[in-house]
Design a protein around this ligand. Structure first.
Ligand SMILES: Cc1cc2nc3c(=O)[nH]c(=O)nc-3n(C[C@H](O)[C@H](O)[C@H](O)COP(=O)(O)OP(=O)(O)OC[C@H]3O[C@@H](n4cnc5c(N)ncnc54)[C@H](O)[C@@H]3O)c2cc1C
Length: 422
Protein backbone atom coordinates (compact mmCIF):
# COMPACT_ATOMS: atom_id res chain seq x y z
CA UNK A 1 0.00 0.00 0.00
CA UNK A 2 1.33 3.48 -0.81
CA UNK A 3 1.15 6.47 1.54
CA UNK A 4 -2.12 8.46 1.73
CA UNK A 5 -2.26 10.97 -1.12
CA UNK A 6 -4.32 14.09 -1.59
CA UNK A 7 -4.09 14.37 -5.35
CA UNK A 8 -5.61 17.05 -7.64
CA UNK A 9 -7.11 16.23 -11.08
CA UNK A 10 -3.66 15.85 -12.67
CA UNK A 11 -2.51 13.82 -9.71
CA UNK A 12 -0.36 16.35 -7.87
CA UNK A 13 -0.54 19.65 -5.96
CA UNK A 14 1.54 21.86 -8.29
CA UNK A 15 -0.17 25.11 -7.23
CA UNK A 16 0.61 24.50 -3.54
CA UNK A 17 4.24 23.66 -4.26
CA UNK A 18 4.79 27.09 -5.84
CA UNK A 19 4.31 29.02 -2.60
CA UNK A 20 5.88 26.50 -0.26
CA UNK A 21 9.35 26.87 1.25
CA UNK A 22 11.79 24.30 -0.11
CA UNK A 23 14.16 22.39 2.15
CA UNK A 24 16.22 19.26 1.54
CA UNK A 25 15.08 17.10 4.46
CA UNK A 26 12.12 17.47 6.82
CA UNK A 27 12.29 15.74 10.20
CA UNK A 28 9.29 15.28 12.49
CA UNK A 29 10.43 15.06 16.13
CA UNK A 30 13.48 16.58 17.79
CA UNK A 31 13.98 13.91 20.42
CA UNK A 32 17.38 12.22 20.88
CA UNK A 33 17.17 10.38 17.56
CA UNK A 34 15.81 13.25 15.43
CA UNK A 35 18.50 15.57 16.82
CA UNK A 36 21.28 13.02 16.23
CA UNK A 37 20.09 12.61 12.64
CA UNK A 38 20.11 16.40 12.09
CA UNK A 39 23.52 16.64 13.72
CA UNK A 40 24.88 13.99 11.33
CA UNK A 41 23.75 16.22 8.43
CA UNK A 42 24.98 19.52 9.84
CA UNK A 43 28.10 19.68 7.63
CA UNK A 44 26.43 18.22 4.54
CA UNK A 45 25.32 21.54 3.04
CA UNK A 46 21.74 20.23 3.03
CA UNK A 47 18.93 22.35 4.44
CA UNK A 48 17.31 20.38 7.27
CA UNK A 49 14.15 21.46 9.12
CA UNK A 50 12.99 19.72 12.29
CA UNK A 51 9.43 20.08 13.52
CA UNK A 52 8.97 19.53 17.25
CA UNK A 53 5.64 19.80 19.04
CA UNK A 54 7.18 20.95 22.34
CA UNK A 55 10.05 20.54 24.75
CA UNK A 56 9.67 17.05 26.27
CA UNK A 57 8.89 16.88 29.99
CA UNK A 58 11.89 16.25 32.27
CA UNK A 59 11.02 13.79 35.04
CA UNK A 60 13.16 15.14 37.85
CA UNK A 61 14.05 12.73 40.65
CA UNK A 62 16.61 13.59 43.37
CA UNK A 63 17.66 16.60 41.30
CA UNK A 64 18.23 14.90 37.95
CA UNK A 65 16.26 13.50 35.02
CA UNK A 66 15.17 9.95 35.81
CA UNK A 67 14.86 9.16 32.09
CA UNK A 68 18.34 7.93 31.42
CA UNK A 69 19.98 6.01 28.59
CA UNK A 70 22.77 3.47 28.80
CA UNK A 71 24.86 4.47 25.78
CA UNK A 72 26.92 1.52 24.56
CA UNK A 73 30.56 2.09 23.69
CA UNK A 74 30.03 1.98 19.91
CA UNK A 75 27.40 4.73 20.18
CA UNK A 76 29.48 6.82 22.55
CA UNK A 77 31.99 6.93 19.70
CA UNK A 78 29.20 8.13 17.39
CA UNK A 79 28.29 10.90 19.85
CA UNK A 80 31.95 11.84 20.01
CA UNK A 81 32.05 12.08 16.21
CA UNK A 82 28.98 14.35 16.25
CA UNK A 83 30.64 16.69 18.77
CA UNK A 84 28.04 15.95 21.48
CA UNK A 85 30.17 13.86 23.81
CA UNK A 86 32.31 16.74 25.09
CA UNK A 87 29.13 18.31 26.50
CA UNK A 88 28.12 15.05 28.21
CA UNK A 89 31.26 13.47 29.59
CA UNK A 90 31.48 15.46 32.83
CA UNK A 91 28.09 14.16 34.05
CA UNK A 92 28.04 10.74 32.37
CA UNK A 93 28.22 7.67 34.58
CA UNK A 94 30.88 5.23 33.39
CA UNK A 95 29.75 1.61 33.50
CA UNK A 96 32.93 -0.34 34.30
CA UNK A 97 31.22 -3.62 35.00
CA UNK A 98 27.86 -5.30 34.92
CA UNK A 99 26.37 -7.90 37.27
CA UNK A 100 23.40 -10.00 36.24
CA UNK A 101 21.68 -12.51 38.47
CA UNK A 102 18.24 -13.98 39.05
CA UNK A 103 16.17 -14.86 42.07
CA UNK A 104 17.15 -18.54 41.96
CA UNK A 105 20.93 -18.31 41.56
CA UNK A 106 22.49 -15.32 43.31
CA UNK A 107 25.97 -15.93 41.80
CA UNK A 108 25.04 -14.77 38.30
CA UNK A 109 27.33 -13.29 35.65
CA UNK A 110 29.83 -10.47 35.88
CA UNK A 111 31.23 -8.49 32.92
CA UNK A 112 34.20 -6.16 33.21
CA UNK A 113 35.41 -3.54 30.75
CA UNK A 114 38.98 -4.87 30.75
CA UNK A 115 37.67 -8.20 29.38
CA UNK A 116 36.83 -6.57 26.03
CA UNK A 117 40.21 -4.94 25.59
CA UNK A 118 42.13 -6.19 22.55
CA UNK A 119 45.72 -5.63 21.52
CA UNK A 120 46.75 -2.11 22.47
CA UNK A 121 43.16 -0.95 22.82
CA UNK A 122 41.92 -0.78 26.39
CA UNK A 123 38.33 0.14 27.00
CA UNK A 124 37.76 2.13 30.17
CA UNK A 125 34.05 1.32 30.31
CA UNK A 126 31.38 -0.93 28.86
CA UNK A 127 29.21 2.11 28.22
CA UNK A 128 27.97 5.32 29.80
CA UNK A 129 24.79 6.42 31.53
CA UNK A 130 23.47 9.79 30.44
CA UNK A 131 20.33 11.71 31.31
CA UNK A 132 18.03 11.94 28.28
CA UNK A 133 17.55 15.71 28.73
CA UNK A 134 21.36 16.16 28.80
CA UNK A 135 21.76 14.13 25.63
CA UNK A 136 19.15 16.23 23.87
CA UNK A 137 20.77 19.47 25.06
CA UNK A 138 24.23 18.26 23.95
CA UNK A 139 22.97 17.34 20.48
CA UNK A 140 21.24 20.73 20.17
CA UNK A 141 24.54 22.44 21.01
CA UNK A 142 26.21 20.68 18.07
CA UNK A 143 23.63 22.32 15.78
CA UNK A 144 24.03 25.90 17.04
CA UNK A 145 26.72 27.10 14.62
CA UNK A 146 24.95 25.57 11.62
CA UNK A 147 22.45 27.81 9.79
CA UNK A 148 21.42 24.99 7.48
CA UNK A 149 19.64 23.18 10.35
CA UNK A 150 16.52 24.77 11.79
CA UNK A 151 14.25 23.58 14.61
CA UNK A 152 10.64 24.79 14.48
CA UNK A 153 9.29 24.41 18.03
CA UNK A 154 6.65 24.35 19.35
CA UNK A 155 4.63 23.44 16.30
CA UNK A 156 2.87 20.51 14.71
CA UNK A 157 1.93 19.52 11.20
CA UNK A 158 -1.66 19.96 10.09
CA UNK A 159 -1.44 17.98 6.85
CA UNK A 160 1.08 15.97 4.89
CA UNK A 161 0.72 15.37 1.16
CA UNK A 162 2.77 12.84 -0.77
CA UNK A 163 3.62 14.25 -4.21
CA UNK A 164 5.57 12.60 -7.02
CA UNK A 165 8.85 14.42 -6.43
CA UNK A 166 8.29 15.96 -3.03
CA UNK A 167 6.40 15.69 0.18
CA UNK A 168 4.53 18.80 1.26
CA UNK A 169 3.53 19.66 4.81
CA UNK A 170 1.31 22.41 6.17
CA UNK A 171 2.05 23.54 9.71
CA UNK A 172 -0.62 24.60 12.19
CA UNK A 173 0.02 28.27 11.33
CA UNK A 174 -0.56 27.59 7.62
CA UNK A 175 3.15 27.76 6.68
CA UNK A 176 3.99 25.23 3.94
CA UNK A 177 7.25 23.37 3.36
CA UNK A 178 8.30 20.88 0.70
CA UNK A 179 11.22 18.47 0.61
CA UNK A 180 12.26 15.38 -1.34
CA UNK A 181 12.18 13.40 1.94
CA UNK A 182 10.41 13.49 5.29
CA UNK A 183 11.83 11.54 8.23
CA UNK A 184 9.65 10.28 11.07
CA UNK A 185 11.54 10.58 14.36
CA UNK A 186 8.37 11.29 16.32
CA UNK A 187 8.52 8.41 18.76
CA UNK A 188 6.61 5.23 19.53
CA UNK A 189 3.18 6.69 18.68
CA UNK A 190 4.48 8.28 15.47
CA UNK A 191 1.90 10.60 13.90
CA UNK A 192 3.78 10.50 10.60
CA UNK A 193 3.79 6.68 10.51
CA UNK A 194 0.02 6.79 10.92
CA UNK A 195 -0.38 9.37 8.15
CA UNK A 196 1.53 7.02 5.84
CA UNK A 197 -0.84 4.17 6.78
CA UNK A 198 2.05 2.08 8.08
CA UNK A 199 0.94 -0.40 10.70
CA UNK A 200 3.12 -2.00 13.39
CA UNK A 201 3.78 -5.52 14.55
CA UNK A 202 3.44 -5.22 18.29
CA UNK A 203 3.73 -7.24 21.45
CA UNK A 204 2.33 -5.85 24.68
CA UNK A 205 4.34 -7.07 27.67
CA UNK A 206 1.50 -5.97 30.00
CA UNK A 207 4.28 -4.41 31.96
CA UNK A 208 5.48 -0.92 32.77
CA UNK A 209 8.95 0.23 33.68
CA UNK A 210 9.14 2.24 36.89
CA UNK A 211 12.00 4.72 36.72
CA UNK A 212 13.43 6.77 39.58
CA UNK A 213 16.75 7.86 41.02
CA UNK A 214 17.93 6.34 44.29
CA UNK A 215 20.72 6.75 46.82
CA UNK A 216 22.31 3.66 48.33
CA UNK A 217 24.42 3.26 51.46
CA UNK A 218 27.43 1.88 49.55
CA UNK A 219 29.00 3.42 46.40
CA UNK A 220 28.22 1.70 43.09
CA UNK A 221 31.86 1.85 41.83
CA UNK A 222 30.58 2.08 38.27
CA UNK A 223 28.80 -1.29 38.37
CA UNK A 224 25.45 -1.74 36.66
CA UNK A 225 23.24 -4.33 38.34
CA UNK A 226 20.42 -6.25 36.74
CA UNK A 227 18.30 -8.65 38.73
CA UNK A 228 15.85 -10.86 36.87
CA UNK A 229 12.80 -11.88 38.83
CA UNK A 230 9.80 -13.88 37.65
CA UNK A 231 7.82 -10.65 37.35
CA UNK A 232 10.47 -8.78 35.35
CA UNK A 233 13.98 -7.31 35.55
CA UNK A 234 15.18 -4.65 37.98
CA UNK A 235 18.14 -2.59 36.75
CA UNK A 236 20.24 -0.36 38.99
CA UNK A 237 22.37 1.89 36.78
CA UNK A 238 25.39 3.86 38.03
CA UNK A 239 25.06 7.60 37.40
CA UNK A 240 27.90 10.12 37.39
CA UNK A 241 26.94 11.82 40.65
CA UNK A 242 26.99 8.69 42.83
CA UNK A 243 23.24 8.10 42.50
CA UNK A 244 21.73 5.11 40.75
CA UNK A 245 18.91 5.18 38.27
CA UNK A 246 16.44 2.29 38.48
CA UNK A 247 14.36 0.70 35.73
CA UNK A 248 12.01 -1.77 37.40
CA UNK A 249 9.81 -3.69 34.95
CA UNK A 250 6.70 -5.12 36.55
CA UNK A 251 3.29 -6.36 35.50
CA UNK A 252 0.68 -3.60 35.31
CA UNK A 253 -1.20 -4.45 38.56
CA UNK A 254 2.04 -4.48 40.54
CA UNK A 255 3.11 -1.20 38.97
CA UNK A 256 -0.10 0.46 40.15
CA UNK A 257 0.47 -0.88 43.65
CA UNK A 258 4.16 0.12 43.76
CA UNK A 259 3.45 3.60 42.38
CA UNK A 260 0.75 4.12 45.03
CA UNK A 261 3.16 3.34 47.92
CA UNK A 262 4.79 6.16 49.87
CA UNK A 263 8.60 6.40 49.67
CA UNK A 264 9.15 4.28 52.78
CA UNK A 265 6.91 1.48 51.48
CA UNK A 266 8.48 1.65 48.02
CA UNK A 267 12.02 1.48 49.45
CA UNK A 268 11.03 -1.57 51.52
CA UNK A 269 9.91 -3.42 48.40
CA UNK A 270 12.89 -2.21 46.38
CA UNK A 271 15.39 -3.37 49.01
CA UNK A 272 13.65 -6.71 49.27
CA UNK A 273 13.83 -7.27 45.51
CA UNK A 274 17.32 -5.88 44.90
CA UNK A 275 19.05 -7.39 47.93
CA UNK A 276 22.10 -6.15 49.82
CA UNK A 277 24.59 -5.60 46.93
CA UNK A 278 24.81 -1.85 47.62
CA UNK A 279 23.91 -1.90 51.28
CA UNK A 280 20.53 -0.41 52.04
CA UNK A 281 18.88 1.78 49.41
CA UNK A 282 18.11 4.75 51.59
CA UNK A 283 16.43 7.38 49.46
CA UNK A 284 14.23 7.46 46.39
CA UNK A 285 13.21 10.48 44.33
CA UNK A 286 10.06 11.06 42.30
CA UNK A 287 8.94 7.98 40.33
CA UNK A 288 7.47 7.70 36.83
CA UNK A 289 6.12 4.64 34.99
CA UNK A 290 6.21 3.93 31.24
CA UNK A 291 4.18 1.15 29.57
CA UNK A 292 6.38 -1.40 27.78
CA UNK A 293 5.53 -2.64 24.32
CA UNK A 294 7.71 -4.02 21.53
CA UNK A 295 6.81 -2.58 18.13
CA UNK A 296 8.21 -2.85 14.64
CA UNK A 297 6.86 -0.73 11.80
CA UNK A 298 5.68 -2.98 8.95
CA UNK A 299 7.63 -0.71 6.58
CA UNK A 300 10.65 1.38 7.56
CA UNK A 301 10.49 3.31 4.29
CA UNK A 302 7.94 4.46 1.73
CA UNK A 303 8.48 6.76 -1.25
CA UNK A 304 9.70 10.08 0.29
CA UNK A 305 9.44 8.73 3.86
CA UNK A 306 11.85 7.03 6.28
CA UNK A 307 11.22 6.09 9.90
CA UNK A 308 13.98 6.16 12.53
CA UNK A 309 14.21 5.54 16.28
CA UNK A 310 11.11 4.65 18.27
CA UNK A 311 8.92 5.60 15.30
CA UNK A 312 10.44 2.55 13.57
CA UNK A 313 10.81 0.17 16.54
CA UNK A 314 10.51 -0.05 20.31
CA UNK A 315 11.97 -2.79 22.49
CA UNK A 316 11.85 -3.92 26.12
CA UNK A 317 14.31 -1.75 28.09
CA UNK A 318 15.90 -4.76 29.82
CA UNK A 319 19.23 -4.25 28.07
CA UNK A 320 18.85 -0.48 27.62
CA UNK A 321 19.33 -0.61 23.86
CA UNK A 322 16.33 1.37 22.50
CA UNK A 323 17.93 4.71 21.81
CA UNK A 324 21.15 2.95 20.82
CA UNK A 325 19.32 1.32 17.92
CA UNK A 326 17.78 4.68 17.04
CA UNK A 327 21.16 6.43 16.96
CA UNK A 328 22.43 3.84 14.51
CA UNK A 329 19.30 4.33 12.31
CA UNK A 330 20.02 8.06 12.33
CA UNK A 331 23.66 7.65 11.31
CA UNK A 332 22.98 5.13 8.54
CA UNK A 333 20.15 7.15 7.02
CA UNK A 334 22.23 10.35 7.14
CA UNK A 335 25.10 8.52 5.45
CA UNK A 336 22.84 7.25 2.66
CA UNK A 337 21.51 10.79 2.07
CA UNK A 338 25.02 12.28 1.97
CA UNK A 339 26.12 9.58 -0.50
CA UNK A 340 23.00 10.11 -2.64
CA UNK A 341 23.72 13.84 -2.81
CA UNK A 342 27.32 13.15 -3.80
CA UNK A 343 26.26 10.89 -6.68
CA UNK A 344 23.36 13.09 -7.83
CA UNK A 345 20.64 10.70 -6.66
CA UNK A 346 17.21 11.65 -5.31
CA UNK A 347 17.40 10.74 -1.60
CA UNK A 348 13.62 10.47 -1.31
CA UNK A 349 13.58 7.73 -3.95
CA UNK A 350 13.06 4.12 -2.92
CA UNK A 351 16.37 3.06 -4.47
CA UNK A 352 18.17 5.12 -1.81
CA UNK A 353 15.69 4.47 1.01
CA UNK A 354 15.79 0.71 0.44
CA UNK A 355 19.55 0.81 1.03
CA UNK A 356 18.89 2.36 4.46
CA UNK A 357 16.26 -0.28 5.21
CA UNK A 358 18.49 -3.19 4.12
CA UNK A 359 21.43 -1.92 6.15
CA UNK A 360 19.37 -1.48 9.31
CA UNK A 361 17.06 -4.51 9.39
CA UNK A 362 19.63 -7.15 10.47
CA UNK A 363 20.70 -5.10 13.53
CA UNK A 364 17.10 -4.17 14.44
CA UNK A 365 15.81 -7.74 14.12
CA UNK A 366 18.73 -9.26 15.98
CA UNK A 367 18.39 -6.85 18.93
CA UNK A 368 14.58 -7.26 18.99
CA UNK A 369 14.96 -11.04 18.89
CA UNK A 370 17.52 -11.09 21.69
CA UNK A 371 15.34 -8.88 23.92
CA UNK A 372 12.33 -11.11 23.29
CA UNK A 373 14.36 -14.26 24.04
CA UNK A 374 15.89 -12.86 27.22
CA UNK A 375 12.53 -11.61 28.45
CA UNK A 376 10.93 -15.01 27.88
CA UNK A 377 13.75 -16.96 29.48
CA UNK A 378 13.92 -14.81 32.57
CA UNK A 379 10.21 -14.35 33.23
CA UNK A 380 9.07 -17.88 32.40
CA UNK A 381 8.07 -20.15 35.27
CA UNK A 382 7.65 -23.26 33.11
CA UNK A 383 8.80 -26.38 34.98
CA UNK A 384 12.54 -26.84 34.53
CA UNK A 385 13.21 -23.36 33.11
CA UNK A 386 14.50 -21.82 36.36
CA UNK A 387 16.99 -24.69 36.60
CA UNK A 388 18.09 -24.29 32.96
CA UNK A 389 18.38 -20.57 33.56
CA UNK A 390 20.69 -21.29 36.47
CA UNK A 391 22.81 -23.65 34.42
CA UNK A 392 22.99 -21.06 31.67
CA UNK A 393 24.07 -18.40 34.14
CA UNK A 394 26.74 -20.68 35.53
CA UNK A 395 28.00 -21.57 32.08
CA UNK A 396 28.07 -17.91 31.09
CA UNK A 397 29.90 -16.97 34.26
CA UNK A 398 32.65 -19.47 33.50
CA UNK A 399 32.94 -19.57 29.73
CA UNK A 400 35.17 -16.65 28.94
CA UNK A 401 34.75 -16.83 25.16
CA UNK A 402 30.94 -16.76 25.30
CA UNK A 403 31.06 -14.05 27.92
CA UNK A 404 33.33 -11.83 25.91
CA UNK A 405 31.12 -12.29 22.82
CA UNK A 406 28.07 -11.32 24.86
CA UNK A 407 29.87 -8.31 26.23
CA UNK A 408 30.98 -7.15 22.83
CA UNK A 409 27.36 -7.28 21.63
CA UNK A 410 26.10 -5.32 24.59
CA UNK A 411 28.78 -2.70 24.00
CA UNK A 412 27.94 -2.43 20.30
CA UNK A 413 31.57 -2.94 19.31
CA UNK A 414 30.88 -5.80 16.93
CA UNK A 415 28.19 -3.89 15.08
CA UNK A 416 28.96 -2.16 11.80
CA UNK A 417 29.80 1.45 12.62
CA UNK A 418 28.46 3.84 9.99
CA UNK A 419 31.09 5.70 7.98
CA UNK A 420 31.76 9.23 9.18
CA UNK A 421 29.00 11.49 7.87
CA UNK A 422 29.65 15.06 6.77
C1 LIG B 1 11.58 2.82 31.08
C2 LIG B 1 12.45 3.00 29.88
C3 LIG B 1 13.84 2.94 30.02
C4 LIG B 1 14.68 3.05 28.88
N1 LIG B 1 16.03 2.96 29.02
C5 LIG B 1 16.82 3.00 27.93
C6 LIG B 1 18.26 2.85 28.02
O1 LIG B 1 18.84 2.69 29.09
N2 LIG B 1 18.99 2.89 26.87
C7 LIG B 1 18.39 3.05 25.66
O2 LIG B 1 19.11 3.03 24.64
N3 LIG B 1 17.06 3.22 25.54
C8 LIG B 1 16.26 3.19 26.63
N4 LIG B 1 14.91 3.35 26.50
C9 LIG B 1 14.35 3.62 25.17
C10 LIG B 1 14.54 5.09 24.79
O3 LIG B 1 14.03 5.93 25.80
C11 LIG B 1 13.85 5.38 23.46
O4 LIG B 1 14.30 4.44 22.52
C12 LIG B 1 14.16 6.80 22.98
O5 LIG B 1 13.58 7.75 23.81
C13 LIG B 1 13.66 6.99 21.56
O6 LIG B 1 14.05 8.26 21.10
P1 LIG B 1 13.29 8.92 19.86
O7 LIG B 1 13.98 10.23 19.64
O8 LIG B 1 13.18 7.95 18.77
O9 LIG B 1 11.81 9.13 20.36
P2 LIG B 1 11.26 10.08 21.52
O10 LIG B 1 12.22 10.19 22.63
O11 LIG B 1 9.87 9.59 21.83
O12 LIG B 1 11.18 11.51 20.81
C14 LIG B 1 10.16 11.80 19.87
C15 LIG B 1 10.08 13.32 19.73
O13 LIG B 1 9.08 13.61 18.75
C16 LIG B 1 8.20 14.62 19.23
N5 LIG B 1 6.91 14.43 18.58
C17 LIG B 1 6.04 13.41 18.75
N6 LIG B 1 4.97 13.56 17.95
C18 LIG B 1 5.17 14.70 17.26
C19 LIG B 1 4.41 15.39 16.27
N7 LIG B 1 3.24 14.92 15.82
N8 LIG B 1 4.90 16.56 15.77
C20 LIG B 1 6.10 17.05 16.20
N9 LIG B 1 6.87 16.44 17.14
C21 LIG B 1 6.39 15.27 17.66
C22 LIG B 1 8.19 14.42 20.74
O14 LIG B 1 7.80 15.59 21.44
C23 LIG B 1 9.64 14.02 21.02
O15 LIG B 1 10.46 15.14 21.23
C24 LIG B 1 14.08 3.24 27.61
C25 LIG B 1 12.69 3.32 27.47
C26 LIG B 1 11.88 3.20 28.59
C27 LIG B 1 10.37 3.27 28.43
Amino acid sequence: MSPKTGKDSDGYHHEHVKCAERVDVLVVGAGMVGLAFASALKDSGLKVTLIERGEPAVFESLGMDCRVSAIVLGNQQILQGLGAWKHLQADAGAMHSMRIWDDQHPGGIRFDADEISEGDTNYAALGYLVQNSHLQAALKKTLLPHDNVEILCPTTIRTVEWLSEHVQITLQDGHRLIAPLIVGADGAHSWLREQADIGVYSRDYNQSGIVANVRSMMPHHGTAFQRFTASGPLAMLPMGNGLCSIVWSQFSDDVERLMALDDIGFLEELNLTFGPMLGRIEEVGKRAAFPLKARLAIHLVRPRLALIGDAAHTIHPLAGLGVNLGLRDAMVLAQEIVDAKKYGEDWGDMSVLNRYMKLRMPDILSVMGSMEGLHRIFTSQLPGLPMLRGLGMKALGNASIIKSLLMRNSTGLTLPVPKQVG
